[in-house]
Design a protein around this ligand. Structure first.
Ligand code: GDP
Ligand code: MG
Length: 180
């Protein structure tokens, strides 16, 4: 076995108000607080997967960092990231379009590395079914077409779904590293 501690740099992207910070805080503390600031920051968190210590570094990127351009992704962010989680809200169609744009940008990037970076698309706020405007099928199809993972979750309701997303992200990063 590998005695080294594995590290994974995970970048969270998506429109404002979709629950990126809620997801991050849920993973870090298992709790849902309700209100979050909009601070662009990187959090470190240790977790055990199959008995192995994993160091997660999570960049909860502030949407305003992108400037005027819709869906802008910084070069520095992409160079840093081993994997990307793209979040939209199932009751915010505009946020789904942001994810669609961001996925295309990353997949079409000239940089070969970023073109192959593992991506998971997350439809959040699944508890708000009555306000849903993006179907599960649309989310799943987008993910399929761009070779991304896909989950629908509620950061407000459960810890479990959030945990699954981060663990699957780590698994995809591990696979991508094995191919290098
Ligand atoms: P961010 O701008 O993407 O970081 O979004 P936040 O994490 O700040 O969340 C925006 C708002 O949506 C806050 O009021 C959260 O409490 C709320 N929120 C986040 N996740 C969920 C969810 O799964 N369900 C519901 N109902 N509200 C959520
Ligand atoms: Mg936030």
């Amino acid at each position: 076995g590998n005695q080294q501690r594995a590290e994974a740099n995970i970048l969270l992207l998506g429109a404002e108000n979709v629950g990126k910070s809620a997801l991050t805080v849920r993973f870090l503390t298992r709790r849902f607080i309700g209100e979050y600031g909009d601070i662009d920051s990187i959090y470190s968190h240790s977790d055990k997967i199959d008995g192995r210590d994993i160091g997660f570094n999570i960049w909860d990127a502030s949407y305003s960092q992108g400037g005027d351009e819709v869906g802008h992704i910084g070069e520095r962010q992409l160079q840093w990231a081993d994997g990307v989680i793209m979040v939209y809200s199932i009751c915010d169609r505009a946020s789904f379009n942001v994810v669609r744009q961001q996925v295309q940008r990353i997949r079409q990037a000239k940089n070969k590395l970023s073109g192959a970076v593992p991506i998971i698309i997350v439809g959040n706020k699944r508890d708000l079914q009555h306000r849903r405007t993006v179907s599960s099928e649309e989310g799943r199809l987008l993910a399929l077409s761009a070779d991304c993972g896909f989950f629908e979750i509620s950061a407000a309701e459960t810890y479990h779904g959030v945990l699954l997303v981060f663990h699957e992200m780590f698994e995809l990063i591990r696979e991508a590293r094995a191919l290098k």
